[in-house]
Design a protein around this ligand. Structure first.
Ligand code: SF4
Length: 236
């Protein structure tokens, strides 16, 4: 029998709801970047990256990114794989014990996640890294189902848009007991069911090249994620 999360991934990969994004991803995959001319681009919606084995009983972290990068995950077919943001993310995840290795280059590089999954607000790469609000709304159903099936104890939103999508989910499911917390690096929120949300600057080049996000700042987020995992109640 196909597990719900695997079935969800199959539906994500086959999705065609956003014509602008689907056309753009396919164009990028056809035209390619000079340094990746020899690669067969994925060019489809990028599925959730799940832990192996599935880990149904451990306390789990769900990382929510924005969207695949045009020549990163849209090329390799795996979240945060093959781009600079991924270099930052997997270095930190490996250091914190959530990933088996500090690098993520391609689907067959041996990387596995532990007690952690990676999803995105949009599963298709958008032009200029900016999905529009209709595209975000189209993809919100997949975020909802990812949360329902994966049952994370702690959420980590990378960037303001991911934070908003997480709060939208919480609002729609009556999990907010107070005013939504404003996005800030290190901001946290406790939901009605005892689970926790944590916000971080996105490890995009815009943040890492400018020093807005440093490695120690990013490492401290995963230390906080571990702390929250230890104190957060199991979701019902
Ligand atoms: S962004 Fe999401 S909803 Fe839109 S086509 Fe891609 S997978 Fe489907």
């Amino acid at each position: 029998m196909i597990e719900p999360l695997e079935h969800l991934n199959q539906r994500i990969v086959a999705c065609e709801r956003c014509p602008r994004l689907r056309a753009w991803c396919e164009d990028i995959a056809r035209e390619k970047k000079r340094e990746f001319m020899a690669d067969n681009y994925w060019g489809r919606p990028v599925p959730n990256l799940l832990p192996v084995p599935p880990q149904t009983h451990d306390r789990k972290l769900l990382i929510i990114g924005l969207a695949p990068a045009a020549h990163g995950a849209n090329r390799t077919g795996r979240m945060f794989t093959g781009d600079r943001s991924g270099e930052w993310l997997y270095r930190a995840l490996n250091k914190a014990g959530f990933a088996s290795q500090p690098t993520s280059h391609h689907l067959d590089d041996g990387l596995t996640l532990s007690c952690c999954a990676i999803t995105a607000v949009c599963h298709c790469a958008p032009p200029d890294n900016k999905p529009d609000r209709f595209e975000i709304a189209n993809c919100q159903e997949y975020l909802t189902q990812t949360i329902e099936f994966f049952k994370p104890h702690v959420f980590l939103a990378l960037g303001q848009i991911a934070w908003k999508s997480l709060l939208d989910y919480a609002n729609a499911h009556e999990l907010l007991s107070s005013q939504p917390v404003k996005f800030a690096h290190g901001a946290t929120i406790t939901f009605n069911d005892g689970r926790s949300g944590l916000a971080s600057y996105h490890p995009s080049q815009q943040n890492t090249f400018t020093g807005r996000l440093t490695e120690s700042m990013f490492d401290s987020i995963f230390a906080e994620a571990h702390r929250l995992l230890e104190i957060t109640d199991r979701p019902s």
